[in-house]
Ligand binder design. Structure first.
Ligand SMILES: Nc1ncnc2c1ncn2[C@@H]1O[C@H](COP(=O)(O)OP(=O)(O)OP(=O)(O)O)[C@@H](O)[C@H]1O
Ligand SMILES: [Mg+2]
Length: 231
């Protein structure tokens, strides 16, 4: 469904992604792990066309999306939940969801179905984004991507800064995405979360994939965990 082929991405003189390749198959939850600053968010930004790759290709359903505008990439059916949520303080919950709602990207999601999954959002439609807790903001950022009706979700460190109860809630949501057949590329620092929900895992270091495995293999691989994840 998504194939990232040998991409190089830089910020000015600073080379961040240096030949990164990975793929996501239909219905898969794919974990991406790695230490701070290795380029995980830059990978997400390159897929969305926010910081386009300088070379290499990104294919979605076989179509080359590298070089396309971000809104056009979103319209093809890719939802993006950025690191840090990027909730707009001046917009209400309802306005956040109206801005991105659309039909026809081919996913299983409607506005109503999304609200059923997030009862907290349904109760707070007229509240300002700034008044939400961190967990509620993550739910809003996820709901905002889902109402675009994507077939692939990019989630960048969704559990960052969340209390254990909210992390479990988020796990429920990732499980629901999988059940609906929505694919997820999940950048995550919490090993336990990845081990629980991912079908496969890539480990990134210095801007490229250095290891790929099944969650159970990673759980048992003390050397890889120590070398690349510091756990
Ligand atoms: N807008 C930017 N301009 C210049 N350098 C940047 C920019 N954004 C990120 N970088 C640098 O690119 C490198 C990769 O950053 P990136 O945010 O992709 O890492 P990450 O793996 O997501 O890290 P984290 O786990 O902390 O979220 C870092 O060295 C970072 O300082
Ligand atoms: Mg990041």
């Amino acid at each position: 469904m998504l194939r990232v082929e040998d991409i190089h991405t830089n910020y000015g003189m600073s080379q961040v992604l240096q030949g990164l390749s990975l793929e996501v198959r239909p219905g898969e939850i794919v974990g991406v792990m790695g230490r701070n600053g290795v380029g995980k968010s830059t990978l997400m930004r390159s897929i969305m066309g926010l910081t386009p790759a300088k070379s290499g290709r990104i294919l979605f359903d076989g179509n080359d999306i590298s070089g396309m505008a971000t809104h056009a990439i979103a319209r093809l059916g890719i939802g993006y939940v950025p690191q840090g949520r990027r909730v707009f303080p001046s917009l209400s919950v309802r306005e956040h969801l109206q801005v991105t709602a659309r039909r026809g990207a081919g996913g299983a999601w409607t506005f109503e179905k999304m609200l059923q999954m997030f009862p907290n959002l349904a109760e707070r439609l007229d509240q300002s984004g700034a008044k939400l807790s961190g967990g509620e903001q993550e739910m809003l950022a996820t709901g905002r991507a889902l109402v675009g009706n994507p077939r692939l979700m990019l989630m960048d460190e969704p559990t960052e800064g969340l209390a254990p109860l909210m992390v479990r809630e988020l796990g429920r949501i990732v499980g629901a995405l999988k059940q609906e057949g929505t694919s997820v590329l999940l950048v995550e620092q919490q090993l336990a979360f990845v081990l629980k929900y991912a079908d496969r895992v890539y480990i990134v270091a210095k801007g490229r994939v250095v290891h790929q495995c099944l969650p159970a293999e990673l759980a048992a691989d003390a050397e890889t965990k120590a070398q690349y994840l510091g756990v």
